[in-house]
Design a binder for this molecule. Structure first.
Ligand code: EPZ
Length: 434
């Protein structure tokens, strides 16, 4: 398995462009299953998870090809299978999202239960409860969901938790159901809005995405052939903004939708970070954020923070790990409490091996500030934990060996190149026993 060797401490400089969002691309790729048209997505990121999803959709019989100019063309008119097997779904939980569209369009689906993953049990009860309310007959057998429905019928669905995936699964299913569905307590993430915009462009009628109540007027078919561009990745943007702040560097992060990042930018400002936002008047070009370094690079200019992760628009769980190295460098202690996943602190023991002093009590991490980090061999355990280790390596003295970076490759496009473009001393060692 590949590892990255990063030599710190780093002084970053230059500009990077955020890629399009992994967590928008994946449900949008699944939503092509709803369409009878030819769908072109202009900017899918070159990520491991995107290629896994491509493989899954092709296994179902979707025709997917890459155009010379990097666009991806989908046609799902001739599916030959309605099954997403355990191998696929355990590799990537987002594979489970195919359940809703398959039932809605083809009346049947056999999808493996995702099972747990590194960060938590990852239940799917909210997905299944909603699909049952829409009239799907659901049977759980042998670790699989066996579902069928003559025709889904609209319903009022109240989610017990604003689950992102369940909201997406149910919006897709309701898009082809008979009647008008209301989803209450829906997730409000920007990726939900992107999916709704995509479905509407295909000919659907989804209203209110981004709010807790979403109304979906089902249609008999979705057959507009369309082109669509996915929104930028707010989590990747946050990661690189933190990279600039933690190394006290002057870098520019382009292709950012700052209104998707209020909670993150507020937290960074609260810690004492300084950045300049440029809003581009041309709506086709997104914002950019320039990190303004503190004049005296020696001074400890950041202060600690108390953060509770929450569903959007709260502080995102997907940036919790990346904030931790910044908290380690801040002049005063921090407390970060994780409310979304039950086991999302696996980066903590690795950071402590680099010299951090973080105490875990329940779902809170108590982080001592003003702590020096030194290089050490560290192990990636999940996608965002990997990003936290990269950020720590940027400020650690010496060569940090970050192992099992396949976790990172799932969600950060061309991470080596982007770090090199920012003047980071990084090299990838391919292969190896672990
Ligand atoms: C999406 O996962 C994202 N993944 C995650 O990003 C993100 O962390 C998460 O939303 C929360 O924002 C994609 O979009 C592909 P949830 P999802 O359903 O949909 C519980 C990353 O790093 N729950 O909102 O799986 C669940 O166990 C990834 O990019 C149920 O109990 O998240 C979890 O504790 C990681 N029953 C909480 O809700 C259900 O039926 C949030 O899960 C569904 C969820």
């Amino acid at each position: 398995m590949d590892k990255l060797i990063i030599t710190g401490p780093s002084q970053l400089k230059g500009t990077i462009k955020t890629s399009s969002s992994k967590n928008s691309s994946l449900p949008i790729m699944v939503a092509t299953l709803l369409s009878e048209g030819t769908i072109t997505i202009n900017n899918l990121p070159k990520l491991k998870d995107v290629s896994t999803m491509t493989k899954l959709l092709k296994n179902l019989g979707a025709e997917i090809e890459e155009s010379a100019d990097g666009k991806t063309i989908f046609n799902t008119s001739n599916l030959k299978s309605y099954e997403a097997n355990y191998e696929m779904v355990k590799t990537m939980r987002a594979s489970f999202f195919v359940l809703g569209p398959l039932i809605a369009r083809y009346g049947r689906a056999t999808v493996s239960l995702p099972g747990g993953c590194a960060i938590g049990a990852r239940a799917v009860d909210i997905h299944l409860d909603g699909l049952a309310k829409l009239g799907a007959e659901i049977e759980l057998k042998g670790g699989y969901v066996h579902a069928k429905a003559k025709k889904l019928k609209a319903a009022e669905i109240i989610l017990s938790f604003p689950s992102v995936g369940a909201t997406e699964n149910l919006i897709m299913a309701a898009s082809l159901a008979e009647g008008t569905t209301l989803i209450k307590n829906a997730a409000r993430e920007p990726e939900i809005i992107d999916l709704a915009n995509f479905i509407n462009k295909m000919g659907g009628h989804v209203e209110g995405a981004g709010n807790s109540d979403i109304i979906i007027e089902g249609v008999s078919s979705l057959n507009n052939s369309i082109q669509y561009s996915v929104i930028p990745d707010r989590i990747e943007a946050s990661t690189f903004i933190i990279a600039g702040i933690i190394t006290n560097s002057n870098i520019i992060v382009q292709n950012v939708v700052t209104k998707h990042m209020d909670a993150i930018l507020d937290a960074l400002k609260h810690m004492g970070a300084n950045f300049k936002i440029t809003h581009n008047s041309d709506s086709a070009i997104n914002d950019s954020i320039e990190i303004i370094p503190h004049p005296s690079s020696q001074a400890v200019t950041l202060k600690g923070i108390h953060i509770d992760t929450a569903p959007y628009p709260g502080f995102p769980t997907d940036v919790q790990a990346q904030l931790m190295p910044l908290a380690i460098k801040a002049g005063t202690p921090s407390v970060i409490t994780e409310h979304i996943f039950e086991n999302r602190f696996m980066h903590v023991p690795e950071l402590n091996r680099m010299g951090a002093n973080i105490l875990l009590k329940g779902n809170s991490a108590f982080i001592e500030g003003n702590t020096k980090l030194t290089a050490a061999p560290v192990m990636c355990t999940d996608l965002r934990a990997s990003a936290a280790l990269i950020l720590a390596a940027l400020v650690a003295e010496g060569e940090t060996e970050v192992c099992r970076v396949y976790h990172l490759d799932r969600g950060y496009e061309f991470i080596d190149k982007k770090l090199t473009d920012l003047n980071v001393s990084v090299r990838r060692i391919p292969g190896g026993p672990f």
